[in-house]
Write a protein that binds this ligand. Sequence first.
Ligand code: GLU
Length: 440
Amino acid sequence: MDTPPTPDQSADDIISDLGAHFDEHNLYYQTVSSVLEAADLLGVPHQLKLILTQPKNEIMMHCPVKMDDGTWQLFKGYRVQHNNVLGPYKGGIRYHHNVKLDEVKTLALLMTMKCALARLPFGGAKGALKFDPRAVSPAELERVTRRLTAALGSNIGPDYDIPAPDVGTNAQTMAWMADTYINFAESSRKVAASSIVTGKPLQFGGSAGREKATGQGLVYVLDALLPGMNLDLPKLSYSLIGFGNVGSWTARLLQARGAKLRAVMDHTGAIFSSAGINATNLAEHVRKTGGIKDFAEAEAIDEGTFYSTPVDLFIPAALEQMVDLDNAKKIQCKVLVEAANAPTTPRAEKHLLSKGVEVLPAILCNAGGVTVSYFEWKQNRQAETWDEFLVDQRLQKVMQESAERVLQTADRLQCSMRSASYAAAIDHINQVYSVRGVFP
Ligand code: GLU
């Protein structure tokens, strides 16, 4: 970008210039503000800040689906495509009854940052369908998924926008999406069409190591960063919010490293054990019952006790904004490791940093999922199959280099790990815009 920089504008100035109202409690504006602050640390051109402030496309759909009892329901869907300067839009599809457009916009922006930080050749997107997947039958879930895929139509594509699993979706969801998309593809494009989504089942073009990838990536980030904080993983205790894909894999992989799981909370309750909770047994209990409640090997505790339990690492692996200021005041840990996207509010983060807690940002800690998604997409396109050893080895390299990039940027700009992670991402995006230019 060769136009001269204009005087720095604050996030709220930029947002009001775009005709929107700045609201400090709104997750999207909170996230954009942090991103723009990081952009200011680098002194990037004004037009880059404008580009990053809003997504390129916001697609909204309404999908009519016939339920098992013969009644009809209308499902509201979103796909937000934030930026594609680095490559095709990339990001998960979430099924959740409480999802809102601003949340999907936030998650799409974070995907742009995440892919840029890890230097993946992808932009950022996110999708969602507003309903509770636990409240419908498997047959209804399949019809909803196929209808959503048809509704997305040419707004997605293996060279254009590649969805993946997120909260409430999994490999089966991706298999239905891919199958539907392939059915619409021309016969000469059917093989290429199978890389329309990542996170597919192994038998249908999925990658070894994809299911555990977010948890595995988080463990590699801890391997890279904890020694510098004088912390030794096998000697550490931790607590966890969420025991879905990310939480349960994180717990099983940390157990293999000797770390002790003291407390867990999910949508069904909270549990504690001073001796340590066996993550493999808990994963089995959750598979059978749908939640951590009534796990016989731990005692039930209330939410306040969960947050106040002293641990070395506190790992939120569920939804956004669960660690607010009230909860942050209760938390007693050395490091907060963001496994979920945007789990910490800015006020909570400020409080934690002021009491000496290090906060490791989500776009670094949970980038393992999209990194192995990239490996899956690459394998599909090159008709290759990598084994788990190779996937893990390549994942470790990406995670370690990303962690080092964040550390070096924090040191260079004298800023928090969150600002450094955004700055390291924006720096790369800025360099790509400066060689590509902004059309026309
Ligand atoms: N939903 C995951 C995330 O938030 C993975 C996205 C992907 O693999 O494209 O990072």
